[in-house]
Design a protein. Structure first.
Length: 433
């Protein structure tokens, strides 16, 4: 049955290899079941329900990716997207989390639409590489600021906006230990380095942070507080065009880039086309559907995970790898008490580590061309300094279009960039008026 479903022989793999690859991928990304409830909990969402929603959408989206597209890629709520949801949209703009879920639902429906009519690849191709890189880097800087704040290493200051916190506090010390442990373990190629770092800090918190043990296993908490709580009319009534657009753009670059990158790593991509005919289209559709499902269950945007590359490196080549990951996420539903005791400063090292990895793309910017590098820098710097991913992306696209126009290189700008820049400019002028 597995041979027929996943074509194991054709892809030169075995059941054992695929399952070990699935375990490898799972260990590198399971940290999300602890981090996502922590971040969305800051937005006022019930952490227990978000935990269940995270496990379910990760399991469901990954299973569909494996069974429908036969692809070794796992899915879960995206890092960066959850931070934008919680800190920029809900806390920053004062939009209720129910309406924010409605915005995620709308962006997911748009994703399905552009995927089905074949516009998704066209949009990605139309965005200059420097802007794609800048969005990733800006998200990393935004995540880093959140991580340092959660650890108490960076605090607010009226005179200088921010300053170093009390580094003698247990939270700051334990977060620092966790960060160094994650980096060292990752460098030593230890599987699950991020998870080990989170567990290490959580264990230390029982001795030095006043944390209390609440058990390990239990029946899953109720998902009812977040299930079907999305408010689509509220999202539309709030006039949050920029929120939906940012969700859409970040999902577009994040998921599509990850899918193609891991596909290339697995040897399934040839000249930007899937080696299995229409499998890339199926993978993109599975990814789009997972965003909609996540908003219904009660979590921020779901996306393909770059950590899937670790499973590919371990030999994963088919959907059986993804199906293994899905089964393990379902099993996580029964460790809710463990997830509940993980403090924010335990997940801060994971956020900071992921943020540092996201900054590595800076080298891909064409620094010798100021019409490419300046908009990229504006985008990346705008996100943390305005504490708004939407503003950073808006400033970046507008500056890109304006600089190309003023330097006589308007023909280099693809139509999709003019459209995005125009929408953001309209939003800024409208709000200003």
């Amino acid at each position: 049955m597995l041979e027929r479903l996943f074509k194991l022989s054709e892809n030169k793999t075995s059941i054992r290899t695929e399952m070990m690859a699935g375990l490898t991928t799972f260990l590198t990304m399971v940290y999300i079941i602890f981090v996502n409830p922590s971040i969305l909990g800051d937005a006022g969402m019930p952490k227990e329900s978000v935990f269940v929603a995270t496990c379910l959408v990760a399991a469901g989206g990954t299973a569909i990716m494996g069974l429908y597209a036969n692809y070794p890629i796992a899915m879960a709520p995206g890092m960066g997207l959850n931070a934008y949801f919680a800190y920029a949209v809900v806390l920053g703009m004062g939009i209720p989390w129910q309406a924010a879920l409605g915005a995620v639902f709308i962006s997911g429906c748009l994703f399905i639409l552009v995927t089905m009519v074949g516009l998704r690849a066209m949009i990605v191709d139309g965005i200059p590489r420097s802007m794609r890189v800048a969005i990733t880097v800006g998200l990393g800087m935004f995540l880093a600021l959140i991580a340092l704040k959660n650890a108490g290493i960076v605090v607010t200051n009226e005179a200088t906006l921010v300053k170093a916190g009390d580094l003698h506090q247990p939270a700051a010390i334990m977060a620092t230990i966790g960060f160094f442990a994650i980096v060292a373990l990752d460098r030593l190629r230890v599987r699950g380095a991020i998870l080990i770092g989170i567990v290490l800090v959580t264990v230390l918190s029982f001795f030095f942070g006043g944390n209390t043990y609440q058990g390990l296993f239990s029946l899953p908490p109720s998902i009812e507080p977040t299930l079907f709580q999305l408010d689509v009319p509220g999202a539309l009534a709030a006039g949050i065009l920029n929120v939906v657009l940012v969700f859409f753009l970040v999902e577009l670059f994040d998921a599509t880039g990850t899918l193609m990158g891991v596909a290339r790593r697995a040897g399934l991509l040839s000249e930007d086309k899937m080696a299995r005919g229409d499998q890339m289209g199926k993978a993109l559709l599975a990814d789009s559907g997972a965003i909609v499902a996540g908003s219904v269950l009660g979590t921020s945007s779901t996306t393909a995970y770059l950590e899937s590359a670790s499973g590919v490196q371990a030999g994963g080549r088919t959907g059986l790898t993804a199906l293994t990951v899905a089964a393990l996420f379902l099993a996580c539903l029964f460790i809710a008490p463990l997830a509940a005791v993980v403090p924010a400063y335990a997940t801060a090292p994971a956020l900071l580590f992921v943020a540092c990895l996201m900054l590595s793309d800076l080298g891909d910017v064409e620094w010798n061309d100021s019409t490419e590098s300046i908009p990229a820098a504006v985008t990346a710097l705008g996100m943390p300094f305005t504490y708004s991913i939407a503003e950073g992306i808006a400033f970046g696209f507008i500056s890109y279009a304006v600089l190309k126009l003023l330097t006589g290189r308007a023909r280099e700008v693809k139509p999709v960039v003019w459209v995005i820049a125009g929408l953001f400019a309209f939003k800024i002028v409208y709000v200003g008026a």
